[in-house]
Design a protein around this ligand. Sequence first.
Ligand code: OFO
Length: 165
Amino acid sequence: MMKPEIENLLNNQIKYEASASMHYLAMASWADSSGYNGIADFFYMHSEEERLHMTKLVKFVNERGGTAKVPALEAPKSDFKGVIELFEEFLKSEVFVTEKINEIIFECLEHKDYNTHNFMQWYVSEQLEEEAMARTMLDKLSLLGEDKSGHYMFDRDIMGFAADI
Ligand code: OFO
């Protein structure tokens, strides 16, 4: 049986993954309607990934005898100044999720819940990759600055970058 403190933290994490998924869906939609089709595909795909992260947690909580809570969510930000702001938001969101995952890892050790600790390792390595990806993309965009034609090239090549990271 899972300790209530851990169950609570995992339920909070379900909410963070769900809201990252909706956040990225809103970002995909903004990119789509702004003519950045590559960036839109990247965030549509990433939104799906976060949804899977959420579902994996829902199943784990239920399997361990807890009760997973499907959360209500606030509407995500849907308007962005440009591509740079989009990727700043992406990095900020991933850094936030990493902090929350680290808190769970800390509490698992405090409560000697090695099973959940083990399960959460998958999220730790996933976050490492996602943060690295967000930073690399933001670095590339910072080099381009406000250059619109550069942004369209970035949009054309983004799936290639994502595959290389
Ligand atoms: Fe990238 O947030 Fe899930 O884990």
